[in-house]
Design a binder for this molecule. Structure first.
Ligand code: ZN
Length: 205
């Protein structure tokens, strides 16, 4: 499955495997590791890696994530958003303005690259040299690309108990982000049915 920066950013808030919520961007080290892991996705968007993560940069990435998650909530509506932050979402107009503002911090020029033997590629070149600003703007542009692209219609918040993930549906009837979520959801459904209908026999599985 293709990976998208905006989805990766939103997914830094995740289930910790034991009933709580983990945040990959909680610390400077965690944030640096996350940026490092995105190097392939970032490569087409901003030159050079290796930014030094400081507290200010970390909080700016988190600000962008808040805006992205607010717009993910809008994208999946009227279905419910991820329960992780459903009750403290940034207003959608504020989220839009924020992403646009961060993207605008780096003017970009469009270049064509056509190495022999390969397909030509359009590449956006940043005209700003501050690596922090460049990276933040690249993340904001990725959010714009994602939300204005065809992926938006496949975006879905997993409805399995305790799951907080946004994911891309690969087929129309897919309800859960992964098979283990489907198993948990079916088990919970089965349990509820047994609770409401005592004596109901369990059929062959
Ligand atoms: Zn799930």
């Amino acid at each position: 499955m293709e990976r998208f920066l905006a989805l990766e950013l939103a997914s830094t808030i995740r289930h910790d495997g034991s009933g709580g919520i983990a945040d990959d961007l909680l610390t400077l080290r965690g944030t640096a590791l996350w940026i490092e892991k995105q190097s392939e996705l970032l490569a087409g968007r901003t030159p050079g890696g290796g930014v030094l993560v400081d507290e200010r940069f970390r909080s700016e990435v988190i600000g962008l994530r808040q805006a992205v998650r607010a717009l993910f909530a809008r994208a999946v509506s009227p279905a419910p958003p991820s329960p992780a932050d459903a009750r403290r979402l940034m207003p959608a107009d504020e989220a839009l303005a924020h992403i646009n503002k961060v993207a605008a911090r780096v003017p970009v020029i469009l270049r064509m690259e056509w190495p022999p033997g390969e397909a030509p590629k359009a590449r956006l070149m940043a005209t700003e040299t501050d690596p922090h600003v460049r990276l933040l703007a690249a993340l904001a542009r990725a959010a714009i690309d994602f939300l204005t692209g065809p992926q938006r219609e496949q975006l879905h918040a997993c409805t399995a108990p305790r799951c907080i993930r946004y994911f891309l549906k690969s087929h129309g009837r897919q309800e859960w982000c992964k098979p283990s979520c489907g198993n948990r959801a079916r088990a919970a459904r089965h349990y509820r049915r047994r609770q409401t209908a005592p004596g109901g026999g369990s059929g062959p599985s």
